[in-house]
Design a protein around this ligand. Structure first.
Ligand code: FE2
Length: 264
């Protein structure tokens, strides 16, 4: 069975819990295919030490030339094995069914890479093509225990979007800690090859890893429905919805109102 749950159950879980975990969506062969591509890219950057595995090679490149490591990260958005998995037709089908639309946009395909001190504080997902969408999060290595992972704040998706700020070391957007504290934190366990689909309004954060010299590689995309997509209905709307906490007038954007557009 491709889906580990019926579509009805999946939709209910996303609606009620803000997320669903679909087990064994990508086979070991497919996950290894992505790892192989990543390793080949890293060897291309520095052909020495060809016997290293993905983790060791990644750390070698990190020491060798951090800027090229960043270029590697950037090119992952365009790598075909990654794109094939995040744009898997059955996953896209779930997004279509959940939002009751025939059209889904892939707004940010790629790989998230978390290292020792790279850590996202509690936040909701913003700055994509539509207000509400599904966030696809699928680790290449089991995301649990010492390998860290992701935690969600229960029922936080039922209250709209909060204002975000960038008061943290990474300068990433996050909600006020007092907001996250209103909800119960739950650490999720997601195995390699499984897919976590989260509603964009669900507050979530990184769970630190304790394992040394370990980088967490996570397939990621935002599946945006053709719904509340101002770029296609308003001539002066930006392509991405202005980002609270960043430029483009983001601080004045109210994600909970229909009137979210600049100069509207
Ligand atoms: Fe996130």
């Amino acid at each position: 069975m491709y889906y580990s749950k019926s579509k009805k159950k999946i939709f209910n879980e996303i609606k009620e819990s803000g997320y669903t975990i679909l087990n064994n969506i990508y086979s070991k062969k497919k996950i290894n295919g992505v790892k192989k591509s990543l390793l080949s890219m890293l060897h291309y950057i520095d052909p020495r030490n060809k016997n290293l595995n993905l983790q060791s090679k990644y750390h070698q490149i990190k020491q060798y030339k951090p800027i090229l490591k960043r270029h590697f990260y950037d090119m992952c958005k365009n790598e075909s094995e990654i794109l094939r998995l995040v744009q898997d037709s059955k996953i896209v089908d779930i997004a279509k069914g959940f939002f009751n639309t025939d059209v889904i946009f892939s707004s940010s395909p790629g790989i998230l890479i978390f290292e020792d001190r790279r850590f996202f504080y509690p936040h909701q997902e913003t700055h994509q093509f539509s207000i509400n969408f599904l966030n696809l999060w699928s680790p290449l290595y089991d995301a649990k225990g010492s390998q860290g992972g992701i935690a969600i704040y229960k029922d936080s998706h039922k209250h709209g979007y909060w204002k975000h700020n960038t008061n943290n070391k990474l300068n990433s957007t996050c909600v006020d800690p007092a907001i996250a504290k209103k909800f119960k934190r739950k650490i999720l366990k997601v195995n390699a090859g499984s897919v976590l689909l989260m509603h964009s309004a669900l507050i979530h954060e990184s769970v630190a890893m304790k394992k040394k010299q370990f980088a967490r590689f996570v397939l990621n995309d935002r599946l945006c429905p053709l719904k509340k997509l101002p770029y296609l209905t308003k001539e002066n709307a930006p392509k991405r919805i202005p980002y609270p906490g960043h430029g483009e007038g983001g601080n004045s954007v109210d994600y909970n109102s229909m009137n979210i557009y600049l100069n509207d």
